[in-house]
Ligand binder design. Structure first.
Ligand SMILES: *Cc1c(COP(=O)(O)O)cnc(C)c1O
Length: 382
């Protein structure tokens, strides 16, 4: 069997191990320490002035704390992009609140501003003003930042920017991860950079950062003994994981460039194939890190569809994956309110994510090229 080509696998820069060794040497084997502080500072430097970062154990934890900071509680409603990974929505339920799912627009595959406004008006008419908006930059593609911000301000509903997939992306020259009232990053093993598992909450003021760290470390009051006036969580990032993060920040820009090179590879590979479109930025105001490169089939027939290609690649030990299954189609959310236009369902039916790692080499790209070309040829002849 040929070596497996993964969709997106961890890619170390080399220096990570030195930060980990330093932590061992100083016995900082804890959910605090110099690597945590340095990792936060390097993220703050990267995102720019006015962004305060708390390093957490996961992106999911960051979304959970963001909801708590925005005072989302029992029986509240939170507007959430339907086309996303379940971690965008689950923390809403942790809080006893109800998600209200919003479909996507065609250009960026992210939350449709028109439907968002329709939903707000309808929820208000039904007697409940939503508490927050969870908007996602799916696959690294920035959502319609200005359109969503306008609606957020018009109705005074804060945005939680789920930038878990979009570190290194930007919109009109400004970095993703800076557009929310609170923003969220993930460093899970398959993301653009990894800490093996981890995440971050990005806030706009120090009070909010400090509050998030307080909540993430069991909400301990200032007292010599353990006293608690609030429910806390164990959500802080460990100093070992943060060491990996410090090393990864050194190679973030080069890894974004390599992911974008993978996307160009697919643009070229499919350039003559009319029925297959590579997902790219609709305008040059958007800059995607192309965390995952995706294609959609303009027309599908038996054998010529995302699953056909997925099976063909799998035979060559090449991993590919359907797009995120929209939340409104998930069994667990089948009773949940949804404002739809058919876009995310269509994407789910026609789309496929292809190997996108920054660590793929020429030989692996060649194997992908051969497997795809064979598949297309067989389809043509058959
Ligand atoms: C990965 C991801 C998350 C959650 O991050 P974890 O660190 O895995 O908890 C949230 N939202 C989206 C869109 C993601 O892709």
């Amino acid at each position: 069997m040929k070596k497996k080509i993964y969709l997106s696998s961890p890619h170390m820069g080399g220096n990570e191990i030195n930060y980990i060794n330093k932590a061992f040497y100083a016995n900082w084997i804890a959910p605090l320490g110099p690597n945590v502080t340095q990792f936060e500072i390097s993220l703050e430097d990267y995102l720019g002035v006015g962004n305060h970062v708390s390093a957490l154990s996961s992106g999911t934890a960051a979304i959970h704390l963001a909801l708590i900071l925005l005072d989302v509680g029992k029986d509240d409603e939170v507007l959430c992009q339907s086309m996303t990974f379940s971690a965008s929505a689950n923390p809403i339920v942790y809080q006893g609140a109800t998600p209200v799912f919003i479909d996507s627009e065609r250009e960026t595959w992210n939350m449709c501003p028109d439907l968002l406004e329709t939903a707000i008006l309808d929820r208000q008419a039904k007697g409940k003003k939503p508490k927050a908006i969870v908007a996602v930059h799916l696959y690294g593609m920035p959502y319609k930042v200005e359109e969503l911000r306008t609606i957020s301000e018009k109705y005074d509903i804060p945005i939680i920017e789920d930038s878990a997939e979009a570190l290194g992306s930007s919109y009109k020259g400004k970095k993703c991860g800076t557009f929310g009232d609170i923003s969220v990053l993930s460093f899970n093993g398959n993301k653009i950079i990894t800490t093996s598992g981890g995440g971050a909450l990005v806030s706009k003021n120090l009070d909010q950062k400090n509050k998030s760290i307080f909540l993430a470390t069991q909400a301990r009051d200032q007292a010599p003994y353990y006293q608690h006036s609030e429910i806390g969580y164990n959500y802080r990032l460990s100093n070992i994981s943060a060491g990996i993060g410090c090393g990864q920040m050194e190679v973030l820009d080069s890894h974004v460039a390599l992911r974008r090179k993978m996307n160009l590879f697919y643009q070229k590979l499919f350039s003559d194939i009319e029925e297959i479109n590579v997902f790219v930025e609709p305008t040059d105001e958007l800059y995607s890190n192309h965390w995952l490169s995706c294609i959609t089939f303009a027309s599908t027939k038996p054998g010529f569809n995302p699953d056909g290609l997925r099976s063909a690649l799998l035979k060559e030990n090449i991993e590919s994956r359907p797009l995120w299954k929209p939340m409104h189609l998930q069994p667990i959310f089948n009773e949940t309110p949804f404002y739809g236009n058919g876009v995310s369902e269509k994407l789910f039916e026609t789309g496929l994510c292809l190997p996108s790692g920054s660590n793929l080499d020429d030989e692996e790209r060649h194997r992908i090229l051969v497997a795809v070309t064979m598949y297309l040829k067989e389809r043509r002849n058959g």
